[in-house]
Design a protein around this ligand. Sequence first.
Ligand SMILES: Nc1ncnc2c1ncn2[C@@H]1O[C@H](COP(=O)(O)OP(=O)(O)O)[C@@H](O)[C@H]1O
Ligand SMILES: [Mg+2]
Length: 274
Amino acid sequence: MTGKTAKKPIVELYGIKKKLGGKTVLDGVDLTIYEGETFVIIGQSGVGKSVTLKIIIGLMEPDDGEVWVMGENMTYADEKKWTEMRKHFGMLFQGGALFDSLTVGQNILFSLDHIRHELSDDDKVAKVRHALEIVGLPDTEDLMPAELSGGMMKRVALARAVVADPEIVLFDEPTTGLDPIMTANINELIVSVKQKLKTTFIVVTHDIKSAKMVGDRIGMIYKGRPVFLGTSKELEKSVDPFIRQFIEGNSQGPITEEYLQAIEKIKHERLHLK
Ligand SMILES: Nc1ncnc2c1ncn2[C@@H]1O[C@H](COP(=O)(O)OP(=O)(O)O)[C@@H](O)[C@H]1O
Ligand SMILES: [Mg+2]
């Protein structure tokens, strides 16, 4: 490193392998995410992005490799240890449904109560208000979910994800299924909340535009392995034909059905030659 303060790793994956339904999903994923950055994991649908997130929060166990979170080796951690560790995480999953029968404030409080039950009621109320302010929805505690637009609902879900001051916030496809304007709004929201909180964000998406908009660094997974790691500028400049095809969204290019089948065939033959 050149004179800069050393970056501190907050999530480290070493040689992660995972098979699901008889298929190798992750085939040796190495990844270090640093404190305070927004790291985007990008890749085509079905490539193992959600599985990677689940491994990071201990909802899935890798078959091989090591998982470190906040400097702790979690590879062999039991459920009790993971439950404690998960308190350092906020999560915004696809859908991110709210409870219909609870107000906006109660929805967020529910989540806070779970993680920070030691806080006084006044402190909890203050935290709920603060979280709503951060996402640009002040004075909405008493609204019911049915009174919210889709965009507001996402904002509340994000307020709920950050209310307990997590060290790491995970987003799984936060803009999937949204129209382009809503997508841009949510990406702007992610960037603005990030500036206020300085927390580590890990965002999974298959949308290259979103990745470039929110990510400090981007990691691309392909065929079970990271194939690119760098800033969005570096991604843009990449001359790798796979990455170009992905960036430009071409159906023509090296990633064709025939190509994938050929790779499978070679892999198969190699296995049988050994
Ligand atoms: N619990 C599971 N059981 C069997 N297969 C699974 C399971 N979870 C995910 N998979 C498979 O693993 C692959 C990667 O899934 P996922 O991580 O959800 O992809 P994505 O990159 O779209 O998030 C897919 O082929 C999916 O069908
Ligand atoms: Mg997914």
